[in-house]
Design a protein around this ligand. Structure first.
Ligand SMILES: Nc1ncnc2c1ncn2[C@@H]1O[C@H](COP(=O)(O)OP(=O)(O)OP(=O)(O)O)[C@@H](O)[C@H]1O
Length: 259
């Protein structure tokens, strides 16, 4: 029998409370157990203020839990680390650097050889569909293009896990659909493990292999669902989830959990 692979991420009895009396008696995250494996695309949905970003910040290492442990490949997460790339809702690009310089920034700081940096940037520009825009500056880019640069910047260190906090919520519907396609491609072709927060239940169902829900009636806890819609979409170009009864049924079920 092949050895069972250790989880990529493992949360054990994690509790996160902030410094208010209310938060101490009702922690935002309450004795949470969760594991995520390589190659998974996990989405998190839930009502506003339920703790989605807090959960992502804990996994990123921006926050250290009040109690419990968070491990990545069996090592306690003690702070941010380049094995976990983060993409935020608003692209955080350096306005004075071009697309390729923004992508190269992290590698330059690590003082990697120039030819290695150039090659890595070239591969990523191709992967996120920014060919022809390498020399442009952020003010010359659309919202979707800026978010492509952010994704490339997060991926330039070849992170084991890409963490995304509502990455497409500021984009228009068409751009959002294109970006969802890009993300599905990165997950499918690059086997990139992804943990994404979204407000959009359809987006969660169409992109992820597992959806975590903070239900309205059980704050601090998570419900988990496994879905295969994203695999169907990736494998069959004729599959249309919007006309699939099963898809609509599950969408309603998730809506009922959080509303
Ligand atoms: N650093 C902090 N200090 C104190 N309270 C915080 C801190 N970070 C988050 N909170 C509180 O924790 C709760 C959960 O916040 P969080 O941002 O995780 O929610 P969310 O589900 O991501 O919300 P939204 O969907 O609106 O972005 C909120 O009540 C918020 O005010």
């Amino acid at each position: 029998m092949p050895p069972i692979k250790e989880p990529l991420i493992e949360l054990t009895e994690v509790t996160q409370a902030f410094n208010s009396v209310e938060s101490k008696s009702n922690p935002i995250i309450n004795h949470l157990n969760l594991s995520m494996h390589d190659g998974e695309f996990v989405s998190v949905v839930g009502p506003s203020g339920c703790g989605k970003s807090t959960l992502l910040n804990l996994i990123a290492g921006f926050l250290i839990p009040t109690s419990g442990s968070i491990k990545m490949r069996n090592q306690v997460i003690a702070g941010p680390n380049k094995t976990r790339g983060v993409v935020f809702q608003s692209p955080t690009l350096y306005p004075w650097l071009s697309v390729e310089q923004n992508i190269a920034y992290g590698l330059k700081r690590q003082k990697l050889p120039t030819n290695e940096i150039n090659e890595a940037v070239k591969v990523l520009v191709e992967k996120v569909g920014l060919n022809g825009s390498e020399k442009k500056y952020p003010f010359e880019l659309s919202g979707g293009m800026k978010q492509r640069v952010s994704i490339a910047r997060a991926m330039v260190n070849e992170p084991d896990l890409l963490l995304m906090d509502e990455p497409f919520s500021a984009l228009d519907a068409i751009t959002r659909r294109n970006m969802q396609g890009l993300l599905r491609k990165l997950w499918k072709e690059n086997h990139q493990s992804i943990f994404m927060i979204t407000h959009d239940i359809e987006e969660a169902l169409k992109l992820s292999t597992r959806v975590l829900v903070f239900p309205k009636n059980n704050p601090g806890k998570l419900k988990e669902y496994q879905f295969d819609f994203t695999k169907k979409i990736a494998q069959d170009s004729t599959y249309e989830p919007d006309t699939d009864e099963e898809f609509q049924k599950n969408k309603l079920m998730l809506l009922n959990d959080i509303m």
